[in-house]
Design a protein around this ligand. Structure first.
Ligand code: SF4
Length: 478
């Protein structure tokens, strides 16, 4: 436990996130009486007659006093974080690849600077001075930002919107899962109840967005292919009948788990014009798959991939996770070699992030022998392999509690990038989310504002409260 004691909460979140980056998985307290039991105590105090300076103490021997310009919140936040970062580096004797940056969309900084007319050299200096980010991560941000800009030139995204359909079922729950996912087995014979609610929400959204171009459709979850072929057919029919889905530039279905994919389901996807699918191994090491509860074999990943190729899917993504419990750099190398042999069109490399709700966290005693570890060497292995496969990084995001404090990167062959992924990361256009656990986002670039309406995650609640979910959207549109 770490204690954070502040006399002014304005920068609490920024301070906590930076501490979390150095100490992933740690819990926090703000109570003075608990500070004695904490392994580390941070105190931050706005002081001076008009509160014009900020004093901070970290542990017993690290302190600093700074005078940020509090009238500029961003500047003040950056200065406080830089100062705390320096204290943390001296306390732990290590640096973080992303420096003091804790936001989930670091490439947006480079995108904004490019849009303002600055070049790569300026961005490099700016990110180094402002966030102490490493050369490698800054280079990655600039690469991604430049590629995104090129890709988005081809999309008239300002006028359009994207549709996200959430199917919150999976064959079984993975050890690290913190997504909206429920075992399909429990909903056997009752999925029609979910689909009825989903259709009501989709009908409402389609009516509201009538006349606007639909740029991309993305089915995620959960694992959409957990549904039966009949249910999948029904959802796709509904999407196509109420939305202008045929005009969309891209139609992705995250097939995800190989144990949910059959020839029949792939035929349904193909017949409905799905252009991009994901088949996600996460790792090609059988022991790890068994440990994380994937309930499918390495061979099934390969067989499903070959089946999809044979059926004509020419845009297949594969997801891997680096930092899985017990995995070594050799395991990552092996996974990448196996993936290279298959030859997907895009690859998404995730750094394991263990959230509070994940079984890996809840049952941490049980899995204490399998400490997740992610290293620079592992990340470099994935980046090198992507490059050797002819892929380039095109989207990037970070999460809290990531093993090794790295990032998630999407790589793709030229022309095989997922536009939806870029649009959601860059927050460039409205995203309509339908289904349990989804979020609808309205983007107002002229006012630099984003507003959201969230759906409840639990399937039973979603079905029961579907009118309320629609009402939440109605309020957002109003
Ligand atoms: S496949 Fe994804 S959504 Fe489903 S249980 Fe595993 S991590 Fe969660």
């Amino acid at each position: 436990m770490i204690a954070i004691l502040l006399n002014d909460d304005s920068f609490e979140q920024d301070i906590r996130e930076l501490l979390m980056a150095f100490f992933p998985g740690e819990t926090f307290t703000h109570k003075e009486e608990e500070a004695g039991q904490a392994r580390l105590c941070f105190t931050g105090r706005r002081a001076g007659e008009r509160g014009e300076w900020f004093e901070m103490t970290l542990g017993d021997a690290h302190f600093a006093t700074i005078r940020p310009d509090f009238s500029d919140r961003t500047q003040a936040k950056n200065e406080i974080k830089r100062s705390l970062y320096r204290l943390l580096c001296s306390l732990t004797e290590r640096k973080l690849p992303w420096g003091s940056l804790t936001g989930i969309r670091p490439a947006k900084i480079a995108t904004a600077k490019l849009a303002e007319g600055y070049g790569a050299d300026f961005i490099r200096d700016y990110m180094k001075e402002t966030y102490y980010a490493s050369d490698g991560k800054i280079g990655l941000c600039i690469d991604v930002a430049e590629r995104e800009r090129e890709i988005l030139k081809r999309v008239d995204y300002q006028k359009g919107y994207s549709l996200y359909v959430g199917i919150p079922f999976c064959p079984a729950t993975c050890l690290y899962c913190s997504f909206t996912s429920f075992p399909i087995e429990k909903w056997k014979g009752k999925t029609h109840l979910y689909l009825e609610a989903l259709f009501r929400e989709m009908d409402y959204v389609a009516g509201r967005m009538k006349g606007k171009p639909l740029d991309s459709v993305y089915f995620g979850g959960g694992t959409p292919t957990s549904l039966s072929a009949e249910d999948l057919h029904a959802v796709l029919c509904r999407v196509k009948s109420v939305f202008p889905a045929q005009e969309a530039r891209e139609f992705t279905v995250e097939a995800g788990r190989p144990d949910s994919i059959t020839r029949e389901k792939l035929t349904v996807l193909k017949n409905h014009g799905v252009t991009r699918i994901s088949i996600n191994p996460q790792t090609m090491k059988q022991e790890t798959l068994d440990l994380i509860g994937r309930r499918h074999s390495v061979q099934e990943v390969k067989d499903t991939f070959h089946l999809a190729r044979e059926m004509g899917f020419d845009n297949i993504n594969m997801d891997v996770i680096v930092g899985l419990p017990g995995e070594t750099p050799d395991d990552v190398r092996h996974t990448m070699e196996e993936i290279r042999a298959l030859g997907p069109d895009s690859l998404t490399v995730h750094s394991l992030a263990v959230k509070r709700a994940a079984r890996l966290n809840i049952e941490k005693e049980r899995y204490s022998g399998f400490k997740p570890e992610n290293t620079q060497e592992m990340i470099e292995t994935t980046a090198r392999c992507a490059k050797e496969m002819g892929m380039s990084p095109y989207y990037l995001y970070r999460q809290k509690n990531m093993a090794g404090n790295f990032e998630n990167v999407g790589y793709a062959l030229p022309g095989k990038e997922c536009i939806y992924n870029i649009l959601i990361m860059e927050e460039k256009q409205p995203i309509m989310g339908c289904g349990a656990g989804t979020t609808t986002k309205m983007v107002y670039p002229d006012r630099d504002r984003i507003e959201r309406a969230e759906n409840v995650k639990e399937v039973g609640q979603y079905i029961e409260r579907i009118d309320e979910m629609i009402e939440r959207k109605e309020r957002l549109f109003r």
